[in-house]
Design a protein around this ligand. Structure first.
Ligand SMILES: [Zn+2]
Length: 545
């Protein structure tokens, strides 16, 4: 879930290349110099990690392209997880599949002892976001199908690339500590991370480093003014009947859904402006000559804090019950997901920011920039091309200035262990998010170079955590004495709520066979662009050329 970071982040500093920094740190050492200091050693290891990651660029590109071609919706990430699990096994990680009741969930580990550094990235795509990469106008690969309209296909590439490079360095240097990888299953429905929290994944974890696609490097600390949410599906049950012959014998569950939606939309005027709420009808009945006996509507209720999310949810429940009364139907609901408002760790964010400066933005080609400008023109955004200018660390927004916005279930993790979300520059600034336009860059050199840069930042920040115990203790100090001083995490999830893995099943099944024809085959094509026969960049539709 992107686009939530209003006054946040954005940084860059192509000024420091890795080599330049390493050269400065090593310096012209005097002939009789003592052994390298710990920070010299760390700087050298970071340089080695960057070199390893550059050497993995083809792997990073293939992973990004492969997952782009799978474009699986939340909870249906079967091909995606199978691919990732294979890579992890081939590279000597210990993998557990089917983690925490998610068929597409897994955990992977390497190393032993403390610190335990968890590394996460989301997996899922979005409905109706199918789009040919590198093409600056709406041109779906499969009409109506899901696509990576946020760019989650690049996150696992960042995570895997960094982990493979780190493992090599940890083995060679005998660095103690454990890497623990895990996926954001069903991130878009916000239905995965709180279960990993509830069922104990983090009980011995020291830090969580989450990599997420952005259009620049970015990292924030504190609460930066977004919302949390609860994601709930209401199902009404009535009576089927012939809609023309004996409609009076029916009780329409769809009527109840519509009345609930009407009720909510009237009530909306009398809710705080900071709230965000929206719904889709997931089941509106079968066909017009049958009174719908079952109908469902799925809501997101977003607010700035836990008590207000609960309050909004309670209003939703009352309106659902009222709609059931009006129609003589019954209603039940189930929690599909939740996200606490995010609160990111300050010491970790400041550390990651230094690594972002050290890595610097990728060198964009004229082809990358011309695609970016054409997409910005197409979506009505300021035509500025790709990010090349420095930003700053996103900071806590004071409560009175929080205006609401998006949510992400990484929030629940951020209230469990010190956590940061590190954005990397794989997408084009200015697209509205969650749409075809945000898919365009995600299997092009823009995404590939951004993922390589993101992997370097993740690897370097992990090395800091492995080799500087003070970073881990400072992170916990902030977590205990600042972040959780007055606010304690209480999940919206009960101990009995099962993962809602049925969500998106039908939508995915409707498109999977058509999409399979377009799965990326790296044994035949150097890139997904090559497989699709796309000239990079393609700026105008054929008729306009
Ligand atoms: Zn996301």
């Amino acid at each position: 879930m992107l686009n939530r970071r209003g006054p946040i982040v954005l940084l860059v500093a192509a000024v420091f290349s890795v080599t330049a920094v390493a050269a400065v740190q090593r310096g012209p050492a005097p002939r009789d110099a003592a052994a390298p200091t710990p920070s010299d050693h760390l700087g050298l290891l970071k340089q080695q990690a960057a070199t390893e990651i550059d050497g993995l660029a083809t792997f990073t590109q293939q992973t990004t392209d492969m997952l782009f071609s799978f474009a699986e919706l939340g909870f249906q990430e079967y091909e995606t997880s199978k691919y990732i699990v294979n890579v992890l096994r081939q590279n000597g990680f210990t993998v557990q599949e089917g983690a925490y009741g998610f068929p597409t969930g897994w955990t992977a580990a390497f190393g032993s002892g403390k610190p335990v550094i968890a590394m996460s990235a989301d997996l899922d795509g979005l409905p109706e976001a199918s789009q040919k990469p590198g093409v600056a106008y709406h041109d779906p690969i499969v009409e109506g199908a899901p696509g990576h309209g946020e760019g989650h296909n690049s996150g696992p590439a960042v995570q895997l690339t960094a982990a493979i490079a780190l493992k090599k360095i940890m083995e060679r240097e005998n660095i103690p500590g454990t890497l623990r990888l895990w996926p954001g299953v069903g991130n878009e429905p916000n239905g995965g991370k709180a279960w990993f929290v509830r069922d104990g994944f983090f009980k011995d974890v020291d830090l969580n480093l989450h990599s997420h696609v952005g259009s620049n490097f970015g990292v924030s600390w504190g609460n930066f003014g977004g919302t949390g949410l609860v994601s709930v599906e209401y199902t009404f049950k009535g009576e089927t009947a012939h809609t023309a012959v004996q409609p009076w014998r029916g009780r329409s569950a769809l009527d109840a859904v519509e009345l609930m939606d009407v009720g909510w939309n009237f009530r909306r005027e009398h809710l705080r402006p900071e709230q965000r709420s929206h719904n889709v009808i997931t089941n509106g009945g079968g066909q017009p000559n049958v009174v719908p006996g079952t109908a469902s509507v799925w809501y997101f209720f977003r607010e700035l804090d836990y008590p207000r999310i609960k309050e909004l949810w309670a209003i939703g429940n009352r309106i659902a019950q009222a709609a059931a009364m009006m129609t003589d139907t019954t209603v039940t609901w189930r929690l599909i997901g939740e996200a606490w408002p995010e609160h990111m760790n300050k010491p970790l964010a400041l550390d990651a920011y230094e690594n972002m400066k050290r890595v610097g933005l990728p060198r964009w080609s004229e082809a990358d920039q011309s695609l970016a400008r054409a997409v910005q023109m197409a979506v009505g955004a300021p035509v500025r091309g790709l990010s090349t200018t420095p930003g700053r660390v996103g900071e806590e927004v004071p409560p009175a200035e929080r205006r609401g916005g998006g949510s992400d279930d990484i929030g629940d993790v951020s209230w469990t262990v010190p956590t940061i979300l590190m954005s990397y520059p794989s997408n084009i600034p200015g697209a509205p998010g969650h749409t075809w336009a945000s898919s365009i860059a995600m299997a092009t050199p823009i995404a590939h170079k951004g993922a390589t840069a993101g992997a370097k930042v993740l690897a370097m920040t992990t090395l800091d955590a492995l080799l500087e115990p003070k970073l881990v203790s400072d992170a916990w100090e902030y977590f205990r004495t600042v972040q959780t001083k007055d606010t304690k995490y209480t999940p919206l999830l009960s101990k009995d709520d099962a993962p809602a893995t049925y969500v998106n099943q039908r939508n995915m099944a409707a498109y999977r066979e058509q999409m399979k024809k377009y799965y990326y085959d790296p044994s035949r094509y150097p890139s997904y662009l090559a497989q699709l026969g796309i000239k990079y960049p393609t700026l105008e539709p054929p008729a306009a050329r």
